[in-house]
Ligand binder design. Structure first.
Ligand code: SAM
Ligand code: DTB
Ligand code: SF4
Length: 321
């Protein structure tokens, strides 16, 4: 059902359709598969920040660049559970824990993260992690602990990836994605716009996302948050909002049942721009005044936006029914 478009040419044709026709079609697909007045509200929490050995050219947490982000040790489990509870009370239904690092190691920190997953899941929240590359056994341990989704982004098209990061390849990302799926964990996988990529690179990313089997449960669409000190701060370009809308609408049509998350960069969009993204099929956001290391929109601003658009937060696990 998720595969009405099969070839790259068909996806390119879709992507280049007149914008208003594309958005109209995406809005129809959205309404066929999702309650149009519901929005998924997720909270992001960095549980281990900075000091990462990878050289992702956009990231504040890489040791390869001089940024204002310092290395911190793993947060305490009690503190994380208190933050998760707060997120739930604030209306979030998904709690996503992010850690800097190339891959998960079988160490004390991972044992502690498994305990955090258990604890957050016991609060009735959908629990998600983004911890870098995983071995199959680690994916199974996360599943066992109650992990609902794993975020592992492809970031951009396969031909542009080497311009963004050199310490790993596209195949490494796809291998972890496969292990996540094999373990029976839902996949959250998306990308970043505004890193100097071409429209063809965006189409390549959309093609790879549409070919994943099973389809990703959620696709975060990030707009680059330029981080002083990183190569992408220099190389990146501001993404016109209508290009963001085009990517969201194409993703919605290609992946009808997937949650499409308007992710990093939302704080620089006004209400009308965000509304257009929701019309094009975005139905999920990160709430909270901080993403991982950069600011997000305030809870008050989001409440006003939801009221203006008559959007209500989705219940946890409601897509299972
Ligand atoms: N270390 C893990 C990894 O790389 O998979 C997890 C954390 S990493 C920060 C999660 C995702 O955040 C990245 O894959 C990227 O898509 C997104 N991200 C990081 N920095 C960003 C930025 N400055 N602007 C937009 N998105 C960003
Ligand atoms: C995703 O695709 N976007 C989130 C989440 N997955 C982990 C991260 C956005 C990070 C933005 C930059 C920062 O705050 O450091
Ligand atoms: Fe490390 Fe992840 Fe940042 Fe890349 S995106 S530098 S892997 S924390």
């Amino acid at each position: 059902m998720n595969k009405p478009f099969t070839s790259r040419d068909e996806i390119a044709e879709l992507y280049h359709r007149p914008l208003l026709d594309l958005v109209f079609q995406a809005a129809e697909v959205h309404r066929r598969h999702h309650p149009s007045q519901e929005i998924q509200v997720c909270t992001l929490q960095s549980i281990k920040t900075g000091g990462c050995s990878e050289d992702c050219g956009y990231c504040s947490q890489s040791v390869h660049y001089e940024t204002s982000v310092a290395r911190e040790k793993l947060l305490d489990k009690k503190e994380v559970l208190a933050l998760a509870k707060e997120a739930k009370e604030g209306g979030s239904t998904r709690f996503c824990m992010g850690s800097a690092g190339r891959k998960v190691k079988d160490d004390e920190d991972f044992a502690e993260i498994l305990e955090m997953v258990k604890g957050v899941s016991a609060l009735g929240l959908e629990v998600c992690c983004t911890l870098g590359m995983l071995e199959s056994k680690q994916a199974e341990q996360l599943k066992e602990a109650g992990l609902y989704a794993y975020n592992h982004n492809l970031d951009t098209g396969k031909n542009y990836y080497a311009k963004v990061v050199s310490t790993r390849g596209y195949e490494d990302r796809l291998r972890t994605i496969d292990r996540v799926a094999q373990a029976g964990i839902s996949l959250c996988c998306g990308g970043i716009l505004g890193m100097g990529e071409s429209e063809n690179d965006r189409i390549d990313l959309l093609l790879t996302l549409s070919e994943l089997d099973p389809a990703p449960e959620s696709v975060p669409v990030n707009v680059l948050v330029p981080i002083p000190g990183t190569p992408m701060e220099e190389k990146g370009q501001r993404v016109p909002t209508l290009e963001l809308v085009r990517v969201i609408a194409t993703a919605r049509i290609l992946l009808p049942t997937t949650m499409v998350r308007l992710s990093a960069g939302r704080e620089s969009l006004n209400e009308v721009e965000q509304a257009f993204c929701f019309l094009a099929g975005a139905n999920s956001i990160f709430s909270g005044d901080k993403l991982l290391t950069t600011p997000g929109p305030s809870a008050d601003a989001d409440k006003t936006l939801f009221d203006l658009l008559s959007l209500t937060p989705q219940k946890p696990y409601s897509r299972e029914a």
